[in-house]
Write a protein that binds this ligand. Structure first.
Ligand code: AMP
Length: 569
């Protein structure tokens, strides 16, 4: 069985193709969204998903989140005594989703289609594949997130040529992609985005507005809020943001130092607060349109993905920018995972290639270091000559001719870079080719530099020296920040030794984590009240009586709901 996985920055989802349609698989808690969070419990076991997320605030040093941002880098996260790479943390989320799918489907899952942002670099893609491997999943291929959203909307079934835009605003990232479907080929024409813009920034804007307008900021003065107080404020901001997606206005309320602070948030006020964010949403859209040389009016449809596109403000912006209503009939949180399942379904029927061919784009420009003539006999080195432009459809092969600039130079050195900057020093160095050449007068020896970039993100650089036709080749597959096969083998064995909190008990563990979080936020009698409920619940858990556990769990949930109503800082 092949599953489709949306491995997101804030949340991840798993979906399956069954009975002719894609559907989301709920996790052990019955929820569709699994927070992309990993933590270590006090006894050293690994917690994944909501249980870890609930401890983010109470145990920040034992919990990791937003690690997707660091995929493909060497950044390490220390959790307790253990140190993890971003792909290892991702692998634990994948593993939890795999287990959820297996228990839901009643069969073993061995393979997955995992989605990645269209702009993910080679290193980031390879790290995602490694994450799959570490989770015991064969990752046949990675699917670009916008392509997945398009598949979920069935755009591949259109009988004619169509151009469309995917507008994906998640919790912490914004991605825009322009896709084109023609002759059964779906091509990403351009992708752009902002890695640090998402629903969370809207919460920050709301919290800032509340602090100022309710007078709370003055009351706090030079006091410093604790982590848990700040979290409480953010929770209230998040609640208000979501409520405003359903109602024209919401009341925000906080108690601090015996006083009640309130503020009424309306859509207009939110629009004012978020104007800078709106402007930042426009920039990548404009860049993607420019890169794809497409006018907004040529787009046939606009697909919304990512939970933050539920905000009416964002939907209005999209409608205004594109002069049409975006497609919204799927849950924007689920579109990408559903699309991955559609792809899995196509693959299981072995129809993937005949029914729809998908091409990807090179996420960055790839080029070499050259010297530019600045005047007679005056050359300046360190300039960038892009050979494959960013957003070229892959596989792609391009060639540029270079010529010697020094008399009797007896070797040629070609340095290979990835990036968009004019000077190579500002781009990422990928590798170099250095070989001897016959010493001749400058300009007498030329070489053709051919770059071939394939669908799995491997860059082949081939240099043909003229006129001898002598060839030199370099394959760039290994990136810094990507684990080697030996390292993967070794870590697989080590990770297998980690104790993962059992899936069937995660519901109870999650509730205790949430209760701990609430406990930090409460004061006085409420605290004591909650502590008693938690103590009772833990005592019942130890008796291992399923019915008694269920009753105690419900009682604790009720108590927590009642206590959570007041919003005290
Ligand atoms: P994702 O990364 O796609 O899971 O997106 C999560 C983001 O969507 C978070 O910032 C949420 O606050 C936001 N979100 C989810 N539901 C809503 C809603 N009803 N209204 C506004 N934002 C929402």
């Amino acid at each position: 069985m092949i599953i489709g996985i949306d491995l997101g920055t804030t949340n991840s989802l798993v979906a399956v193709w069954r009975d002719g349609k894609a559907s989301i698989i709920p996790n052990a808690l019955g929820k569709n969204l699994t927070p992309s969070c990993v933590g270590i419990d006090d006894d050293g076991t690994i917690l994944i998903g909501e249980a870890a997320h609930a401890r983010l605030q109470t145990h920040p040093h034992l919990t990791a989140a937003v690690f997707k941002r660091y995929m493909g880098s060497e950044r390490k996260t220390q959790l307790g005594k253990q140190v993890f790479r971003p792909e290892e943390l991702s692998s634990m989320v994948l593993r939890a989703l795999k287990e959820d799918a297996e228990s839901y489907l009643g069969e073993t899952v061995t393979e997955a289609i995992i989605t990645v942002p269209a702009y993910f670099s080679d290193a980031q893609r390879k790290a995602t594949r490694v994450a799959g491997q570490l989770a015991g999943l064969k990752v046949e291929r990675l699917l670009n997130e916008p392509t997945a959203a398009a598949l979920a909307y069935g755009i591949q079934d259109a009988q004619r040529e169509t151009k469309f835009l995917v507008f994906d605003l998640g919790g912490g990232t914004f991605d825009v992609s322009i896709l084109e479907l023609f002759d059964g080929v779906m091509e990403v024409r351009a992708s752009a985005g902002d890695n640090f813009l998402g629903g969370e920034d809207f919460v920050t804007a709301i919290v800032d507005g509340f602090l100022q307008k309710s007078g709370l900021e003055k009351a706090i003065g030079s006091n410093v809020l604790t982590g848990s107080q700040r979290q409480r404020l953010r929770d209230e901001g998040e609640r208000a943001k979501r409520a405003l997606s359903e109602a024209p206005q919401v009341k925000m309320l906080m108690h601090y130092d015996g006083t009640e602070y309130q503020w009424e948030l309306t859509e207009d006020v939110l629009a004012q607060l978020c104007e800078p964010l709106m402007q930042r949403l426009r920039t990548p859209v404009e860049r993607a349109l420019r890169d794809a040389t497409i006018k907004a009016s040529e787009l046939e449809s606009v697909v919304l993905a990512g939970g933050a596109t539920r905000m009416p403000l964002v939907r209005k912006l999209a409608s205004r920018m594109f002069g049409r209503f975006p497609l919204i009939h799927l849950d924007p949180d689920e579109a990408i995972a559903l699309g991955a399942a559609v792809q899995a379904g196509l693959k299981m029927r072995d129809a993937a290639l005949s029914e729809i061919v998908m091409t990807d784009v090179a996420p960055y420009s790839l080029g070499i270091n050259i010297s530019r003539q600045m005047g007679p006999n005056n050359y300046e080195s360190g300039h960038y000559l892009p050979i494959i432009d960013r957003n070229s459809a892959v596989p792609v092969s391009r060639v540029e001719r270079i010529t010697t600039i020094n008399d009797y130079q007896n070797e040629l050195m070609v340095m290979i870079y990835q990036g968009e900057a004019r000077r190579v020093a500002d781009n990422i160095f990928l590798g170099k080719l250095l070989f001897p050449i016959a010493p001749k007068k400058s300009g007498e020896i030329s070489a053709d530099v051919r770059f071939t970039y394939d669908i799995s993100g491997v860059l082949e650089c081939e240099i043909t020296v003229l006129p001898t036709q002598e060839k030199h080749k370099l394959l760039i597959t290994e990136n810094a920040g990507v684990m080697s096969p030996d390292e993967i083998e070794k870590r697989l064995a080590e990770l297998a030794d980690l104790k993962i909190h059992p899936r069937d008990r995660i519901e109870n563990r999650t509730l205790v984590a949430k209760a701990d979080r609430l406990y930090e936020q409460l004061l006085g009698n409420d605290r004591e009240h909650l502590a008693q409920y938690v103590a009772h619940f833990i005592a019942v858990l130890e008796q291992q009586d399923a019915q008694a556990t269920r009753r105690a769990r419900e009682a604790l949930e009720q108590a927590m709901n009642a206590l959570d109503r007041g919003s005290f800082l």
